[in-house]
Design a protein. Structure first.
Length: 331
């Protein structure tokens, strides 16, 4: 019989080894409890008839699925109970949700259920989150943090029960749910690194959009696509999960050449604080990089608003550097 190390045991040792606070564990315990509940609702959602749309449009102008609302309420409930969070920024709400302004230590940016188009099919979606810490040295101004200032970021792949967690300056780890729904880290699993060997690298982007990308990006795709396998499931959590294991590049470029110009998205589609930064931070800790449409590092973008969007190119450094050069030549 083989028994693995539980997530909490792993984290207790990790915090001790790096002389980091146990408060962070209280927060992570809340986050992973929320993830388990989201997963439970997701798996049984059809039986409860909650896999459809609410008929409401969210702050992003997108249709809200009932599961989005359920997942959001679950996460906010456990974050509030943890007492560790000053405020949370969620994809589902226009304003930051104040949780514990006085006693909280962290800021949370999250998308409770990313990959909405997969919901009604029960295909992979993600609960994605990023954690920043209040200023412990001086007065806290509550500003939005750059990705480079994050202390942790993670993705729960739902409903598959896999959890990827990046911890500032210490790496990326992947946990799996065992028979008792406990997240465990397999004994033999090391810190996760994006593979350097190009054999197995994959490209991932919405191919139906390719003629809407800038000329430089289209050229780059034409020159490189035959060299790599192509995979796209339309859920950042799922596509990025593959990228971390196999290497390559995931991209969601700016849409600038749409035949119906009102459908252009010069700022890209993905949200900086709780989608792009999560992927970029995990990538950094796994040896990868992430840039925006100007070729700037995603993690260095100074956030100007809660729900701002960005183009995203993330993955193996040689590929991201190659497209970064092209983006800079053309801009
Ligand atoms: P969502 O927040 O509405 O779910 O949108 C984000 C998702 C990402 O998970 C995914 O990478 C992308 O949107 C897919 O978009 P598209 O359907 O345009 O390919
Ligand atoms: Mg989303």
């Amino acid at each position: 019989m083989r028994l693995e190390q539980s997530f909490i045991d792993f984290m207790l040792h990790h915090q001790e080894k790096h002389k980091r606070s146990y408060k962070f564990l209280v927060l992570l315990e809340a986050i992973q409890t929320a993830a388990k509940y989201i997963q439970y609702f997701y798996q049984t959602g059809s039986l409860k008839n909650v896999m459809g749309e609410t008929g409401i449009t969210n702050v992003q102008g997108e249709s809200v699925m009932e599961m989005d609302d359920i997942a959001n309420a679950i996460v906010l409930h456990y974050l509030r109970r943890s007492n560790q969070v000053i405020y949370a920024v969620t994809e589902e709400e226009a304003d930051p949700v104040i949780l514990n302004e006085e006693g909280g230590r962290y800021f949370l940016y999250f998308d409770p259920l990313d990959g909405s188009s997969n919901i009604k099919h029960h295909l992979p979606v993600g609960f994605m989150f990023a954690v920043a810490k209040r200023n412990l040295e001086g007065p806290e101004d509550g500003r939005l943090r750059r990705g480079a200032e994050l202390r942790a970021a993670g993705i729960f792949l739902i409903p598959t029960g896999v959890f990827t967690l990046a911890l500032a300056d210490t790496g990326v780890y992947r946990f799996h749910q065992d028979e008792t729904m406990t997240y465990v880290i397999p004994d033999n699993s090391e810190q996760l690194m994006i593979p350097e060997n190009p054999k197995g690298w994959e490209l991932s982007f919405n191919a139906a959009n390719r003629r809407t990308f800038s000329a430089g990006v289209q050229e780059w795709i034409e020159e490189h696509e035959s060299l790599y396998a192509f995979r796209y499931m339309g859920s950042l959590a799922g596509d990025f999960h593959r990228l971390l294991s196999n290497g390559g590049m995931f991209m969601y470029p700016a849409i600038v050449n749409h035949p119906q110009p009102e459908k252009n998205r010069p700022q890209g589609k993905l949200r900086l604080l709780y989608e792009a930064n999560v992927a970029a931070f995990i990538a950094r800790e796994a040896g990868g990089i992430a840039v925006d449409e100007e070729g700037n590092d995603i993690l260095e973008i100074e956030p100007a608003s809660l729900h701002q969007r960005t183009a995203l190119y993330v993955g193996s450094p040689p590929l991201v550097e190659s497209i970064r050069n092209r983006l800079r030549e053309k801009n």
